[in-house]
Design a protein around this ligand. Sequence first.
Ligand SMILES: Nc1ncnc2c1ncn2[C@@H]1O[C@H](COP(=O)(O)OP(=O)(O)OP(=O)(O)O)[C@@H](O)[C@H]1O
Ligand SMILES: [Mg+2]
Length: 602
Amino acid sequence: MDRKDFNKELNPTSIKDFVKRMGPLVKPYWFRTTLGILLTIPGGALDGAVAMFLKYYVDNVVVAKNADWAGYIPLLIILFTVVQGVLNFSSAYFNTWVGTKITTDLKKKLYQKLLTFDPGFFDTHNSGDVVYRFYNDADTASTTLIGSVKEFLTRLFSSIGLVFVMLYNSWQLTIIAVVVMGAAVLPTQYVRNKIKKITPKIVTSGSDVITSYNETCNGYKTITSYNLQKYQMDKQFGMLNDLFSLTMKMFKHTNWLSPVMHIIISFGVAGVIWYGNNLIIKGTITSGNFASFIAALLMLYTPIKSIGNKFIDIQKAFLAIERVFEMLNFKPDIKDPANAKEIDGIKEAIEFDNVVFEYKKGVPVLKDISLKVPVGKTIALVGNSGGGKTTFVNLLPRFYDVTGGSIKIDGIDVKDMSLQSLRRQIAVVFQDNFLFSGTIKENIMIGNPKATEEDLKQAIKSAHLEDFISTLKDGINTYIGERGVMLSGGQKQRVAIARAFLKQAPLVILDEATSALDNKSEAIVQKAIDNLMKDRTVFVIAHRLSTIQNADKIIVINEGRIAESGTHDELMQKGNGAYKALYNAQFKHKKQDNGEKDEKQK
Ligand SMILES: Nc1ncnc2c1ncn2[C@@H]1O[C@H](COP(=O)(O)OP(=O)(O)OP(=O)(O)O)[C@@H](O)[C@H]1O
Ligand SMILES: [Mg+2]
């Protein structure tokens, strides 16, 4: 499936698709499922028994005044109710067990799937949509359906029992009852179509609400600093109101069904009573027959009245299944090829061969990039903002795949390697590093969960984190909050560097690793970075050119092309080169800064 197909207009499933999709999920629990279903049979059929006994009660006690029956019947009613209660509980237990188990299995599968998505997936998809599939759809899919199937089966068996009781009492009245019931069910087709149309809108609207709610949590500081409370509130309220309108629209289009069915059914009840009176008077049936028939009829009709709501639930569950399976069947663009090659280390070189890259079709962000980097060399990428530096390095670990050309490590196309082995060779320190809620230690150990205490100590030392950690009461076990909010920008960056250290990968990518720092901490982080770069092949992106002067090769990327390349000295010799211009501009700033400081000191 193409990425663009994700979240396409979904058609809620048919019963056949439902069986095809849910069948394999139910299969491991077939015994409990069958038990749950079997237990609904006697529970449902007992409705009929209760109605049946009413005949004997009326005929023998009410009409014939037979005292023996009078004693038994109340006892029997209690006995039946107790048996029915135990059966209902047991079947509900097994159904809930199976339903919840399947929900859990689905959620595990969904999460597993989520971890295979391309990093670029979220460029074009809402987090709310994916969260909604996990939280709402997986639950709705199995729990509602299992509940509805159970309800349906109970009703079915109860209806069969009741229809037998009705037939026993009077076949003529049964015909009236069944014909009217058929008429009452007719309008459901119209309602089903409406539900099919509105349900997807409700789901999309619901996931928009979640996305915006998530954004509010994550962007809380921005919201407060720009006084966006009112703006955000209007946005969120708008979405909630849309959701409200849709829910009411659904109600209007569907819930007239219950009263209409009720009215049609009342014709049935009226017809039965009218015709039943005639039959009693003619002596075709007894009063007991009639009382029993009416009791059965009322029990039969009661569930039909709520059929409208049931339809909505089932249709929602069908759509939920579609959405869950759309995610489960989603084929990420970036995945292991067949016969993936395992690589172990980098021996010779990394080569970019006429690389072209487009985020959006027809809009190249990188154009014809060719570059050979021998192992152990440091390549610095500089250039205008938005020129394509981050994009360039993102292609190495295959966060995105090249649109044209190829990237090879030791002559093997990265697309032919197993993703795990490729990414094992690369340690990335991003422009914005993500820290997990947890401790400093946990965040560093991500680099290599098998690292020894000694390795960890060394990584902390090399990342120049020692002094900082020694000031903390809990040291390395200090909790750093969600996304590492309790750390400063420079501290976060050093944790990310320590993590990269621990990974001991032969290829290191540093994207603006010192951007968040003042001069003093930059010097510290720079030392950490220098340590990290030792004996590795390095791609380093920097805006401050002073930090990359010693690189083996400096590449200027402007508007997606290599504008210039060479060592610092070579590039500085070019008369009006791009690098020289960048360098002079920064150097001038620095001089001015220092000049101002000198003035102040005087
Ligand atoms: N995920 C994305 N989807 C679509 N376009 C993107 C995406 N990421 C970046 N771009 C676009 O690609 C171009 C190159 O971006 P890139 O982040 O590679 O620039 P950069 O050289 O790293 O800039 P900076 O120095 O500001 O970090 C920009 O025009 C940007 O708008
Ligand atoms: Mg960048």
